[in-house]
Ligand binder design. Structure first.
Ligand SMILES: [Zn+2]
Length: 433
């Protein structure tokens, strides 16, 4: 509630003399005030934002609005209350006492206006019980104690809105009862252990932070790699950050985009054939379950590796293949791809057996989910292999936890590191810069 400037206060008085409690339209206000159209609009805006005027859609014509003044006695009452509630730093009242006092006044007004209602005389004691878990949260409900059927709709709505301010059963951010409840819970938690939460940094009053929040460092850097400056807006399809993601919320610019660096933008495009894109409701998820391997190992061996991944993983596992692979394939006339791979690797001086590769080569079924291709490298000394390694499928568990994913990624990387004679640089879920 703000004090109206004098010139606006005289317009308020004039309107009140004409319309009192009745609703009026913009053109009526225009006539009464005797001002130009834009000035009339201006005065109405000031009255509304200062708490002297209600504006609502006109029920007869929803495109226009109708106005209603707050009566002078209500304004006087609010001003008086505001003066009384002025912050007194020396107050030694507890939050519980303040809530009880406030509720006592509001309850009295409610009973006066709406007649007898079953409303508790105090609130704080019950809140304390709920916080101590000796009573249920439901016992803090106020709205459900009232039979709204006996009021007309406008009255019922008004009463409901008032009660919402004190109803502790609803998860309402408006409820002061909930503030006390959270305060009690915090006290209980503090007694149970040590906490270091700076409450003032997260608490809001009227939607405003109590202290200026600490700014995230380096917000001009790319939120994905945190290495290069932001330079371009990108969709979730590129960034892999869906709208509800905390990185997205922190860095969002336009409605559905965050700004990232040119490198992440390019690699976000380049990895589209490798990434797993899914759509959950409105948000697009991009999973980067791929592995980049940079290795000096010969192209031929890498091609055997890819052929094995592509085909060797499908079909039956020959018995005892690791013991006599070459002989068996000669007998059957079929190429054993694993044997071929091992032979090729051995030619390159890399001695590995299937037993060395526990994650990938231990199970052909799992391996069938891995696919990849060889990229041409500008560097004559190394080759690039790109593999899709969907960890959920490798483990057979779609709801793999973050920690387990990480371990599995490490193990899979280790297998490939062994295959490449411990020469490769490996990147899971990111392209090497
Ligand atoms: Zn970046």
């Amino acid at each position: 509630m703000k004090t109206l400037p004098k010139w606006a206060a005289t317009k308020y008085q004039r309107l009140w003399q004409t319309y009192a409690n009745q609703a009026f339209t913009f053109s009526r206000a225009h006539e009464v005030m005797g001002l130009g159209e834009s000035q009339t609009k201006n005065v109405l805006v000031i009255m509304e934002s200062s708490g002297y005027l209600l504006s609502e859609p006109d029920p007869l014509d929803l495109r226009s609005r109708q106005y209603r003044l707050i009566p002078p006695e209500a304004i006087q009452w609010a001003e008086k209350l505001e003066r009384e509630l002025e912050r007194q730093p020396e107050t030694d009242k507890s939050l519980a006492a303040i809530l009880n006092e406030l509720w006592a006044r509001v309850r009295e007004q409610i009973l006066e206006e709406f007649g007898p209602l079953d409303l508790p005389e105090t609130l704080a004691a019950q809140v304390s019980e709920v916080a101590a878990q000796t009573a249920k949260r439901d016992t803090l409900g106020l709205i459900e104690r009232v039979d709204f059927g006996k009021f007309d709709k406008a009255e019922a709505d008004e009463l409901k809105e008032l009660l919402k301010l004190f109803d502790g059963k609803l998860n309402s951010y408006r409820s002061v009862t909930n503030v006390l409840l959270e305060y009690f819970k915090m006290q209980r938690d503090l007694e149970a252990g040590e906490f270091d939460a700076a409450v003032a940094e997260i608490a809001l009053l009227d939607g405003q932070p109590l202290v200026e929040p600490k700014r995230e460092k380096n917000t001009s850097l790319c939120p994905i790699c945190r290495r290069f400056p932001q330079s371009i807006n990108a969709q979730a399809m590129i960034t892999g950050n869906p709208k509800m993601d905390s990185v997205f919320q922190l860095y969002r610019g336009t409605r559905s985009q965050i700004k990232i660096c040119s490198f992440c933008f390019l690699s976000g495009y380049a990895d589209l054939p490798l990434a797993r894109i899914s759509k959950d409701g409105q948000s697009i998820n991009k999973q980067r379950d791929y592995l980049f391997i940079e290795t000096p190992i010969a192209k031929g061996s890498l091609e055997s590796l890819l052929a094995y991944l592509r085909e060797g993983a499908i079909g039956e596992l020959p018995v005892q293949e690791s013991e006599a692979p070459a002989a068996e394939s000669a007998e059957t006339g079929e190429t054993d791809l694993l044997a071929q791979l091992i032979e090729d690797l051995q030619k390159d001086g890399i001695a590995v057996t299937p037993n060395d590769l526990p994650i990938l080569f231990g199970s052909r079924e799992r391996l069938s989910h891995v696919s990849g291709f060889l990229l041409n490298s500008l560097n004559a000394l190394s080759n690039l292999v790109v593999l899709r390694v969907p960890l959920e499928r490798l483990s057979g568990d779609e709801k793999l936890s973050g920690a387990a994913r990480q371990e599995l990624a490490k193990a899979a990387m280790y297998d490939f590191w062994r295959i490449t004679s411990e020469t490769a640089t490996l990147h899971y879920g990111s392209m090497p810069a």
